[in-house]
Design a protein around this ligand. Structure first.
Ligand SMILES: NC(=O)c1ccc[n+]([C@@H]2O[C@H](COP(=O)([O-])OP(=O)(O)OC[C@H]3O[C@@H](n4cnc5c(N)ncnc54)[C@H](O)[C@@H]3O)[C@@H](O)[C@H]2O)c1
Length: 391
């Protein structure tokens, strides 16, 4: 006798993930007596596989080796990898897999130690996610971008035809950043991280905004080398705000994310403008849209413009003279967000956003004109500018 009855079994599993990210000045001089679990739990194997960005290796390689020796770590020669976007490839992942295979990395207890910026985190994190379907890794962030945005990221990715198109969700076992590394970054790299910090102050942590207004310009000028409470607060608050945002929506099932602020039209500015600076320009354009729609009052709009300027971020760039290219980027962004623009834009006060939809080319054009106007006034050293609507 035959039957057409369907037998269905439902599978259900809870994924319980927890990891930490720390800003830790003096990391390279750490000692196991003070910070025993820096390189992973002491009851894990004493072997580790170090993976180091090539610039970091050239500048800090000896100190990293000395740190590993102080911790009694048994390790092969570090795998030294290039940084930069062009290194985020399947070939680099393959090199890391071969390194792990050569040294017989087991499934557990021998984490990779990854030293570098966001590229090192992404590429080594993706290699770790896919080797034996997931081995542990610890990220040591050496750029400002990585410290406040990448080092604790759950998502890791490499570029294929498009940026970050191939990836996985695999957080580091733990992540650390020592601002001392930022002393050897160039100013453009510091500004990239600063653009993301501005985003956090506008969209996630309103309390960070006045701290940035008061101390941000100095912290940026000093490459965040000060160990004063304000400089460290900017870094700590940024990481905490991102941590909370990520924990509430870890797998990004909700496409409405405040941390997407500054990421709507900015892809249309890259690579002519570096990522973090493009994010800042995007935030300024979005601010103008929100102001025209009446969601942002003129004083707050002006505070945002003044803060971006005070932090050393540009208020204008020639890429903004191509509204159609930026609008195409917005269309692509909307496609990625389930067909709606959902642009997080400032509203009322720092730390809160409203999601905008229905931005058309004409509205974008007007916002660009408004920003151009603000930037021109800024050049004339007058940041209190009068609106073209007579407000
Ligand atoms: N996974 C995520 O959620 C996430 C979040 C933010 C950014 N990212 C990714 O991070 C990447 C950008 O990160 P990045 O800006 O750190 O880039 P990066 O890692 O390429 O570093 C930039 C350059 O700085 C060099 N460098 C690194 N540390 C240095 C130091 N202390 N001194 C001198 N030079 C140093 C590197 O060799 C490289 O040439 C992008 O690919 C982006 O997609 C990922």
């Amino acid at each position: 006798m035959s039957t057409t009855e369907t037998h269905t079994t439902t599978f259900s599993a809870r994924l319980d993930l927890q990891w930490t990210a720390s800003i830790r000045p003096g990391l390279l001089h750490a000692h196991p007596d003070d910070l025993p679990s820096l390189l992973g739990p002491r009851d894990w194997s004493s072997r580790r596989l170090p993976i180091i960005d090539e610039h970091v290796h050239a500048i800090y390689g000896e100190q990293i080796r000395a740190l590993l020796a102080r911790y009694g770590i048994d390790h092969p020669d570090p795998l030294v990898l290039p940084g930069g976007e062009s290194a985020k490839t399947a070939d680099t992942v393959e090199r890391i897999h071969r390194y792990m295979e050569t040294h017989g990395v087991p499934r557990f207890a021998e984490p990779l130690l990854v030293w570098g910026g966001g590229v090192a985190h992404d590429v080594a994190g993706y290699a770790a996610a896919t080797y034996r379907r997931g081995v542990p890794y610890i990220t040591f962030a050496t750029t400002l971008v990585s410290a406040i945005d990448a080092m604790f990221a759950l998502k890791v990715a490499i570029n294929s035809q498009y940026k970050n198109r191939v990836g996985s969700y695999h957080p580091p076992a733990t992540a650390y950043a020592d601002p001392a590394f930022f002393s050897t970054l160039d100013r453009g790299q510091i500004l990239d991280g600063t653009g993301e910090i501005l985003k956090i102050a506008i969209a996630l942590d309103g309390g960070l905004f006045p701290v940035l207004e008061q101390h941000g310009p100095r912290a940026v000028a000093e490459h965040f080398q000060g160990r004063d409470p304000a400089t460290l607060a900017i870094l700590h608050r940024s990481v905490s705000a991102m941590g909370e945002e990520l924990s509430n929506n870890p797998f990004e099932h909700d496409p409405q994310r405040a941390s997407y602020a500054g990421h709507g039209i900015s892809p249309g500015m890259e690579p002519e403008v570096s990522h973090g600076v493009a994010v800042a320009l995007d935030l300024l354009v979005t601010t103008m849209i929100a102001w025209r729609r009446g969601a942002v009052a003129t004083p707050y709009r002006d505070r945002i413009v003044r803060l971006a300027h005070a932090l050393g971020l540009p208020l204008w760039h020639p890429v903004l003279e191509r509204p159609q290219v930026l609008f195409d980027a917005l269309i692509d962004t909307a496609r990625h967000r389930g067909g709606r623009q959902r642009i997080p834009a400032p509203v009322h006060e720092p730390g809160r956003v409203r999601y905008l939809d229905g931005i058309d080319l004409a509205e974008l054009h007007r916002a660009l004109n408004d920003l151009h106007h603000a930037a021109s006034h800024d050049r004339a050293r007058r940041t209190q500018w009068t609106s073209t609507t007579g407000e």
